[in-house]
Ligand binder design. Sequence first.
Ligand code: ATP
Ligand code: MG
Length: 338
Amino acid sequence: MSFVPRLIRHSPRTLLLACAAAATMLFISEGTYYWRAANLLESREEISQVLMASRIGIAALTAISLLALFFYLRQAAVVQRQQDHLNALTQADHHRLELEVARRTAELTELTHHLQTAREDERSRLARDLHDELGALLTSAKLDAARIRSRLGTTAPEAQDRLAHLVLTLNGVIALKRRIIEDLRPSSLGNLGLVATLEILAREFAQTSGLQVHCELQAVPLDAEADLVVYRLVQEGITNIGKHAKAREVWLGLGQQGDQVVVTLRDDGVGFDPQARPGAAHGLMGMRFRVLAEGGRLDLVSSPGHGTTIRMQLPCGAEPGAGGGGDDDGRGDQRPVA
Ligand SMILES: Nc1ncnc2c1ncn2[C@@H]1O[C@H](COP(=O)(O)OP(=O)(O)OP(=O)(O)O)[C@@H](O)[C@H]1O
Ligand SMILES: [Mg+2]
C-alpha cells in the first residue's frame, strides 16, 4: 500500500498540516519568485533607461562632435583658401620682382656696355687725335728746332744751349704723349695681339712693383672688343694687386677651355672678404658688368690671408688675331717676366 492513502487513513491532521505547510511553502516561493521578477523588471527598466540616456548622450555628443568637426573643417578650408590666396599673391609678387630684377640687370648691363663702348670710342678718338695732331705739331716743332740749330751754327752758344734744352723738352713731351696714347688704347693690342700685349703689361707691372709675375698665355679666338675687355680686366686686376694685395707673386693665365676663353689672375697677397663691399669701390663691379655685357662671367675667390683669384670666362669669338702674339702652336709657356 502506498504511503499517502495510508497517511490519509491513519493521520488526517498530519496530512492537513503537511498540506498547509506545502501550501505555505508554495506561497512563499511563489511570492519570492514574483518579488524577484518584479525586482528584475524594475532593474531592467532602470538599465534600459540608463542605456537610453547614455545612447541619447552619445548621440548628442556625436552630433556635437560632428558639428564641431564640420565647423572646424569649414574654418580650415577658409584658412587654407586664404593661405593659398596669400601664397599665390606672394608667388606672383616674387615672380614679378624676379622679372623686375632681371629686367633692371639687363638694362644696367646694356647701359654699362653702352657706356664702356662710348668710353673706349672716346679714348680711341683721343688717342688718334693725340697721335695725329699733337704728334704732327711736336714733330714740326722738333724740325723747326733742328733747323734753327743748324742756322745758328756755333755763333750763339747760349741760344744753342736753350735750343738743346728745348729739344730735350720736346722729346720728353713726345715720350709722354706715347705713354698717354698707350694708356688710352694700347696700340700693341691691334699690332701685336692680346698675348704680347698682356706680356708687356705684366712685364711693366713687374718692373714697377718689384713683384714676380708668372705668365701662362695662349693665343685665343676673341674679337677686338673682347680682347680689349680682357686687357682692361687684367689691367684693373694688377692695379688692385699693386694697390691692395701686398703680394709677392702673381700668376696670369690665358687659355681656351671648350668654347670658352678663360683668364685667371691670382696673387698670394692678403686677400679680402668679397661679401664686405666697400662703398667707393667700382673697379671690380665695373669689371663684372663689362664681362656680363660680353656674355661671359666673372668669379672672384678671396679670403683674408689667402690671396685673391679672379677668373673670367668669355665665349670664343673670332679666330686668334692675325697680329696675335704668343706661341704659333698654341702651347702655353710659364715664365717669370721679372
Ligand atoms: N687683389 C686684391 N687683394 C686684396 N684686396 C683686394 C684685391 N682686389 C680688390 N681688393 C679689395 O676689394 C676692394 C674693391 O676693389 P675695387 O677694384 O672694386 O675698388 P678699388 O680698387 O678700391 O677702387 P677703384 O678700382 O674704384 O679705384 C678694394 O678696395 C680692396 O679692398
Ligand atoms: Mg680697383
